[in-house]
Design a protein around this ligand. Structure first.
Ligand code: WTA
Length: 574
């Protein structure tokens, strides 16, 4: 299974490096990782201190921590400058009475100010809630309401999507932009930052205190707030060191937005905990722009996603040849299955193995990976990190032997594991329903050498261009449209995006199917929820397949779409 593909680029699995791995696992102890932090000595914990201030007080003080650029701006900040700017942000928030445990959201495109703010939130012990700038009003409201956010930092362009009147707990709207664009009651970011001191007292917290809330999609219900704590920094530091392989001279670029956990765990925490120079490129994706970014900064370590690699592959070899990408020494991927085809292409054009890594918003950091020194088996996610026990289990929690497909499970706990789902203990329990195990919702198998191979999601969650979309959230929006009686949403396989969203819709009386109506419904979701949640395809049906209890059977819709057998229909209504 899959093994025949590996000889193309992998070095032989030598006895030596296999033993290396086993030995590393035997010797590993999270307590040794803890010793690398200043809080091991001082007892004072705050991730932002370890990521920024500690370096600003060391010989790394004047090292570039952040290279930021977009089509309008081009700036660099040292660790000392980041320390000062994040202190200002911390003071700005404190001035408003915001403090430990409060939820503060960030709703803005990638700019240096986003990073100052996020670090400032952490410095005062508040909990950061990053949002994608693509979110529309419903998506923003659901997340702010559920978390009881007290403040949001946003921009004039996006503030219109913050329905303040429907958010009783939201007290402060801070806007980064021209002062003249502000409305009554809004706080001007730059004025407040200018007035704030660049020195602050960090709020020392407990390792188990809240750090960040990432909302993500499941197959049922509204998006859930995945809650992470400061203790997670152990795993961010460790994986930054051994999986990203960050070394003192590296120039590191993670292409993810902080609205996604990859953009915080690996766009902020892992690189800065390791004292690395971090590249942030704002603006839109284009192959030329991305290659230009690597060439310009001489990026050495590059972390991106299969969907991006597929788009780069689509742009052709000529695009690569126009740039000098010889600085690259380590390339990684996360978010969805990494196609062997892409790995082979990457090896040819970048002379780099693309190293797949597997993890989830809920796991907070990487768990199963292809290490730099390990053979890459194209199509496999790699092996569990030292300190992590992974297994394939059946629905009762029995471990299955190699090559049997089942639930991908991780032995609990590990430092960066989510501690709860905000406001929703029942949802959390679903993940840990089998004592001792975290059940990921992915199905996979393990080969005889302990490499894990992803097979699919067990639930209906859609992965489109690496973004998780919950079908329920899209269906809920669809049925708000006056023409829509019922809607069922599935992921349809797509060569570039992994999956695209397809909606099956039955219309209300008095509405007739047409292409204009399809476009209007798509626009409705785009403008109400977000562009990436809008269906790329709509099919009208007189009736949707439902269970006797009235649940739309997405499994049947998917079987129709793929022209597969529909399976057991005994629960379907007549
Ligand atoms: C999928 C946060 C295959 C998987 C990083 C998982 C992957 C979900 C991989 C998490 C991979 C992530 N190979 N599938 N290397 N990495 N996934 O929380 O289904 O947005 O459960 O990702 O993405 O999505 P999330």
């Amino acid at each position: 299974m899959g093994k025949d593909t590996l000889e193309v680029i992998a070095v032989e699995a030598t006895q030596a490096n296999m033993m290396d791995y086993e030995e590393a696992r035997r010797q590993f102890d999270w307590a040794d990782v803890e010793k690398r932090f200043s809080w091991y000595e001082s007892g004072k914990v705050n991730l932002a201190h370890e990521a920024i201030d500690r370096h600003a007080a060391s010989e790394l003080k004047d090292k570039i921590a952040l290279h930021y650029s977009d089509p309008q701006r081009d700036e660099s900040y040292t660790f000392e400058q980041l320390r000062q700017q994040s202190n200002k942000a911390a003071n700005m928030l404190r001035e408003l009475g915001i403090g430990k445990g409060d939820r503060v959201f960030i709703f803005m495109p990638r700019t240096p100010e986003l990073y100052f703010t996020l670090l400032g939130i952490i410095k005062i012990g508040a909990i950061a809630g990053p949002l994608f700038e693509a979110f529309m009003e419903t998506a923003v409201r659901d997340r702010l309401l559920d978390s009881g956010a007290v403040a949001i930092v946003t921009t004039p362009k996006l503030v219109g999507r913050v329905p303040a009147a429907e958010l009783p707990e939201l007290k402060h709207i801070i806007v980064y932009g021209e002062e003249s664009e502000l409305e009554n009651g809004q706080i001007h970011f730059s004025t407040a930052m200018d007035a704030a001191s660049d020195e602050t007292e960090i709020e020392w917290v407990e390792p188990e205190d809240g750090l960040i809330l990432h909302y993500t999609s499941g197959s049922t219900g509204k998006p859930k707030g995945v809650y992470h704590v400061h203790q997670a920094m152990l795993q961010h530091e460790y994986t930054g060191r051994v999986v990203l392989d960050l070394q003192p001279d590296d120039i590191y670029w993670c292409t993810a937005d902080p609205g996604w956990v990859t953009g915080t765990s690996y766009g902020i925490f892992a690189p800065w905990l390791n004292g690395a120079t971090n590249v942030i490129r704002g603006g839109r994706f284009s192959p030329q722009d991305w290659y230009e970014t690597i060439q310009r900064y001489k990026v050495t370590v590059w972390y991106s996603a299969p969907t991006a690699f597929r788009m780069l592959m689509g742009a052709g070899d000529e695009a690569v040849e126009q740039y000098d990408l010889s600085s690259l020494r380590h390339v990684l991927s996360v978010g969805e299955p990494l196609n062997p085809e892409v790995i082979r292409w990457g090896y040819r054009v970048y002379q780099q193995r693309i190293h797949d890594t597997w993890w989830m918003t809920e796991t907070g950091a990487q768990l199963i990976c292809n290490y730099p020194r390990m053979d890459v088996r194209p199509g496999s996610m790699g092996r569990p990190l030292p300190g992590i026990e992974a297994a394939i289990v059946d629905d009762q929690g029995n471990e299955l032997p190699p090559l049997r497909m089942g639930n991908l499970a991780i032995k609990t706990p590990w430092p960066s594991m989510m501690r709860k789902i905000w406001n929703n203990p029942a949802k959390y329990e679903e993940y840990v329903r089998i004592p001792g195990w975290y059940i990921s919702g992915d199905s996979a198998y393990m080969d005889e050498d302990g490499y894990f191979w992803f097979q699919g999601r067990i639930d209906d969650v859609i992965n489109t261009s690496g973004e998780r979309v919950g079908p329920f959230e899209v269906e809920s929006k669809l049925v708000e449209h006056p023409a829509v009686a019922e809607a069922g949403v599935i992921g349809k396989p797509d060569p570039v995006r992994g999956e695209v969203i397809k909606a099956f819709i039955s219309l209300r009386e008095g509405f007739t199917a047409s292409d204009e109506l399809k476009q209007e419904i798509t626009r409705f979701v785009k403008e109400g929820l977000s562009a990436h949640a809008a269906p790329r395809e709509i099919e009208f049906k007189d009736k949707l397949p439902k269970t006797r209890s009235g649940k739309i059977m997405r499994r049947v819709l998917k079987a129709w779409e793929l022209e597969l057998p529909t399976g057991d229909l005994s629960t379907m209504e007549d």
